[in-house]
Ligand binder design. Sequence first.
Ligand code: MEV
Length: 324
Amino acid sequence: MVTTSAPGKAILFGEHSVVYGEPAVAVAIDARVEVSVEPCDGVWKMDGLSLDSGRHPHVVSLRNAVLGEDFQPHAIQVRSDLFSAAGLGSSAALSAAGCAALLSLSSQPLDEEKIATFAHHAEAQAQEGRASPIDTSTATLGGCVLVSNKREELANWKYTRNLETPEGEREWEIHSINLPSSASDIWLVVGYTGIHAPTTDLVKGVAELLSNKPEKMSDIARMGEVARNGVSALSVGDYIEVGKLMDEAHQLLVGLGVSCPELDDMVEVARRTSFGAKLTGAGGGGCMLALTDKPDETAAALEMRGGRVLVTPLGAPGVTLEKP
Ligand code: MEV
């Protein structure tokens, strides 16, 4: 049996605007998806059911790309610490861990760029062709990741990702960011609204908004500036500035129509004990996050509001081979 794992992610800056080439920053979080694969009789299975492209589009796409459709049947088991459809990258973590497991099964090297590429294609297929590589790159590389339309000086460039989207050809440069040592005293408190929010619909909604109101593209550009300023502030450990920029990012996301009253309420509550707070991921429900040096206070305040909470450091290991 082969077992692999990959972390979920929390986007600090740039969700939605990254789909249009603007920069985005995400950290891997301390909650993982684990994938185990072992030979079985009959047909391919996933969590006891036959593997099906309707139920498991990411995994079927990865199996076909990495091994081919005719590879001998295996049973796949998935265990996840992540709230699903909540903006924490559970499907990207499944794609990255699944890809690593299938590569390992066929004795192929666990090359990070290869894993991130296969996983990004699987995400894009499942999201009607509109997926940036932020989730899959963070699940693969771990730590703190910056995705941008150009090579950025403040970060370590890793590789380039391309994708043909319904809005045209896109290209992203993927970097990792070294956080200062002071980041070990800073925490992210992630609060889950309990509302399932399908990324595909939210990304499509933003595409429709931008096509009906092209003037909104200036907000997308401002989100890119906020993300760049966020990287500068993060690199020097200026968490007060990072927090202010997170607050601004939330307002810009509200303007794109991807927040909801529950997220706005939790963001407001969390700001009282944190540097800043915003929704994270596609929005429409799902999760918000707060950057804080008082994680217990922020977590307690969110729990009082009925939110489920996860406290995580900024960064966790990327895709890992647990049992070869
Ligand atoms: C989802 O985690 C982030 C979005 O920007 C979509 C994407 O980047 O593909 C909303």
